[in-house]
Design a protein around this ligand. Structure first.
Ligand code: BYC
Length: 472
């Protein structure tokens, strides 16, 4: 269905046919806008930003580019088209028609999944609130704002589901989305990574590479859901998510490229003396963001995950392309876990290992970008290799929490950890150095901060000196 932009809330769900729902969402809308003004990108209300907006949800024609003031961005409700023949692809309800309403017995579990997903979206906007002040270019500033408005829209996607299908509880949960805040000691966001700070652009690019990629895998699993409105929401969200990971991969890649240029030009490893970010520091940031993002997949063995699957609420990554019975009742899966302080392999029922399986898919995907970064380093003739740390490194959730593990996967005593922590994870000094590079935003079209290379091409084919943001 086409998106109706004549409405206060743009949508392709025929919102005007349900007056109560429409009114409830129109009530939530000003609260969302207040939240955006208080907690969204700081001091940006008057900026004209070259943003893309959804005009239709099919794969070819959804992106429309133009200057928009962010508070006037047309946040709305866009679901991928409905397939009237869609069936549930896995679990006990496999083969039954996908649900158009919430099965009563699954109500609270489904609500919790939607709330957990929804909570991450405004959280990331809050985390990135101040980054605009130190943007390395107009191109990067525009990309940050694009990510921010789309995370705002992803919140709308989940809030719509809560309002439309969960009655009063849903409305209360939608309010609570705007009341929890990233890092708030009293009302923090639900998942750990969303309470960390994103204080500088290296962190931002790492976040969009690693943490947004968790979003890709979780959304893809929810896109398999037997609850069709959730599936359709997530399918459209995934098309937006791709750009966020592009921002992360190319952002880190451009920093690496600049570092390599400085190293070659001046024949030195001491890039800090030249105002660049040295490769070991980039590796430490990578270690941090990768490990924190791994925690987002939950416990290695999880009865919650088994229940989500068996009941048809949350599938595996690309469930319908997997060649098995989609029930997994007799199947097993090999995981790594901890026994007597050692990391051991263990075979467990596949149903319980679904979080771990998704984490494995995610790790393999993460490795691809690292390979591309390494190719650039190699091409520059520099002898350094970025590595993903072992899955057990620096974990706070799951079997490895509490175990000290080196990036290569060897458990180490506390004293060894304490001695090496500063080599493996960013120290206060590293963070202070990276922050010191983040000076006043670079606002001249076509100019870039010293520590990052320009992008290979502009957004939507624009010229190198295109004015992506007008400050007014
Ligand atoms: N932090 O059985 P387990 C995105 C809790 S990112 C804190 O493994 P489950 C985005 C867990 O709640 C994608 N607590 O749990 C990216 C449970 O609590 P209870 C977000 C945690 O449910 C960038 C207990 O530990 N979407 O979109 O199987 C920018 C037992 O654990 C954590 C989703 O996450 C944690 N990290 O797995 C913007 C999808 N991990 O029951 C956006 C929806 C676990 O003991 N969520 N716990 O009280 C889920 O599918 C699941 O909730 C999880 C956890 C995979 C997160």
């Amino acid at each position: 269905m086409a998106i109706d932009y004549s409405q206060l809330i743009p949508n392709n769900v025929d919102l005007s046919s349900d007056r109560r729902l429409q009114r409830a969402l129109e009530n939530w809308q000003p609260r969302f806008l207040d939240w955006w003004k208080d907690m969204g990108p700081d001091g940006t209300s008057a900026y004209d930003v070259y943003l893309r907006t959804a005009i239709s949800t099919d794969s070819n024609g959804w992106a429309n580019f133009g200057y928009v003031k962010m508070p006037e961005y047309r946040w709305g409700i866009f679901l991928a088209d409905r397939d009237p023949d869609r069936q549930i692809a896995f679990g006990d309800n496999k083969g039954k028609p996908a649900w158009q309403d919430v099965p009563g017995e699954l109500r609270s579990t489904l609500r919790r999944l939607i709330v957990t997903q929804g909570d991450t979206e405004p959280a990331s906007v809050e985390q990135q609130r101040l980054l605009g002040k130190t943007a390395p270019s107009l191109y990067d500033l525009r990309n940050l704002f694009q990510v921010n408005v789309e995370e705002g829209r992803h919140l709308w996607a989940m809030v719509y589901l809560l309002h439309a299908y969960f009655g009063r509880d849903g409305r209360e949960e939608a309010e609570a989305m705007l009341e929890r805040h990233s890092g708030d000691p009293d009302k923090p966001r639900i998942l750990g990574a969303f309470n960390e700070k994103t204080p500088d652009w290296l962190s931002f690019f790492m976040f969009t590479y690693f943490t947004d990629r968790d979003g890709k895998y979780q959304l893809a699993s929810l896109a398999e859901s037997g609850f069709d409105p959730l599936s359709r929401s997530c399918r459209f969200m995934l098309t937006e998510e791709a750009h966020h990971m592009f921002v992360g991969e190319t952002g880190v890649g451009r920093i690496i490229q600049r570092t390599c240029e400085l190293m070659k030009e001046h024949r030195t490893d001491d890039v800090r003396a030249l105002g660049g970010i040295d490769l070991p520091t980039i590796q430490k940031y990578l270690n941090f963001h990768f490990s924190v993002s791994l925690d987002l997949f939950g416990q290695e063995t999880s009865t919650n995950a088994a229940n989500y699957y068996t009941t048809g609420l949350k599938g595996r990554f690309l469930e319908t392309r997997i060649d098995d019975d989609h029930l997994l009742t007799g199947a097993s899966y090999d995981i790594e876990t901890v026994e007597d302080g050692r990391i051991v392999k263990k075979t467990v029922p596949a149903l319980q290992a679904l979080n771990e399986r998704l984490r494995q898919d995610y790790i393999e995907d993460c490795a691809k970008g690292v390979l591309r970064w390494n190719r650039a380093i190699e091409k520059a003739g520099i002898d350094f290799e970025m590595k993903l740390p072992h899955r057990a490194f620096n974990r706070r959730i799951g079997a490895f929490a509490g175990l000290r593990v080196a990036p290569d996967g060897k458990p180490v005593p506390e004293a060894v950890w304490a001695m090496n922590e500063g080599k493996w994870l960013p120290t206060d000094e590293d963070r202070a150095y990276v922050t010191s590079l983040m000076g006043q935003a670079v606002t001249r079209p076509g100019q870039y901060a010293h520590w990052i290379a320009p992008p290979a091409r502009g957004i939507n084919g624009q010229a190198a000196d295109f004015e992506y943001v007008r400050f007014n």
